[in-house]
Write a protein that binds this ligand. Sequence first.
Ligand code: ZN
Length: 421
Amino acid sequence: MIKNKVVHDFISIALQSGGWMELDRLYLENQVIALVGPVNEEEEIEEETQIKSSKELVQELLLVAEKNELIDLKNFEEKAELNAKLMSFLTPPPSVVNALFSQHYDTSEKEATDYFYLMNLTNGYVNEENNQYKSETLDDYSFIIQSKKWQSTSEFTMCPYCFESEGHGKVENTNKRLIRMNLKGESWGFYYHPKPLLREHSIFTPENHQPLVMNRQLQETMLQLVDVYPHYFVSLDPEVIKLSPHGFLYGGDNQMPLALADNNFMFDIPGFVTVEASLVNWPTSVIRLKTTSKKNLMNALEYVTLKWQQYSYPSLDIIAKDEDGKDLHSVLPVFRKEEDAYIVEMILQDASSEFSRSKAYEAIIHEDAYPVDQLGVINLKQDVEINETNLAVITENMAKQSIFRRPQDGQKAFLRFIDTL
Ligand SMILES: [Zn+2]
């Protein structure tokens, strides 16, 4: 068969996406040629040969379009638009993506998310280009330190969490797809973060454009999500949630550093005999609760949170309320599953400036990278090197953010808090 190899291979990837059938091949090839102009170089195509990645093929198609004087590659907007149009061939319509997702889900949850993630990588919606990536041990704790090169994008013109963003516009959301879910009778959507801060960085958003309030109902929704995706954790960004007119949760691969950290002290919470409680070997102050009963987990979480909100230890600057009586203590919960057990890592937070991030740390970390840093995944700014100086800044900051500072009086004070439970 004599054909242009770039167009042929590109359409082969489109057919693999599941949105088309082999019968559509000639039609699709003509559609691509209509976008990029005539391709002159034709050669014998051998079906078995290794084909290039979708991104490489699209780059070549963009060059064809430039040669045909259909676009100017120096014009960022023109290039991004044609790029998105070409990538849309690799992106089936939402109904097909959802049907394929649920077909894979019948085999396993992981197969479903693998399918969906690969689609998002292939069509470029997820921008996964690592600049630098290292696993580092800082002060005996394992961290992932990375800096990513993200292409700049133009401003969103609409709420990115609304379902209406699916396929919207000419660039950013053209190839966005949402997996629809029903969580506790409410309609929710799931998609991958286009600029991932951690592995398989996921966004879960309710269909209704309204803020989320951190309460038991929301935590139950988070627990249901880990039932739906047992290989993911689910958490939220409390600072962003307070300000965001459309609330959302986030999650990702549950094998992140915090989840892999050992317990270093096990204890009982009176009244919660079925709940395994422990302090976690982690630079900041974290309590881990584990049980097979969702209800017991919720009750224990609620109880410990309440206790933390009331706890003060003035000699270590731990104060529950400020001068105006406003609560300074809160809990950042991270939910996940381990076989049949439900786990919540409670990252204790204190809003006093005593425990805020250091200025030196804020200068090197990516502005969107909170609070995944609390999970042990540090995203540096693009031009910041992973070197000794910056690693020292990260270590110092984590020690500053630790409420029960270790190793001095901290551990003892943490145990004193546990004694109040
Ligand atoms: Zn919205």
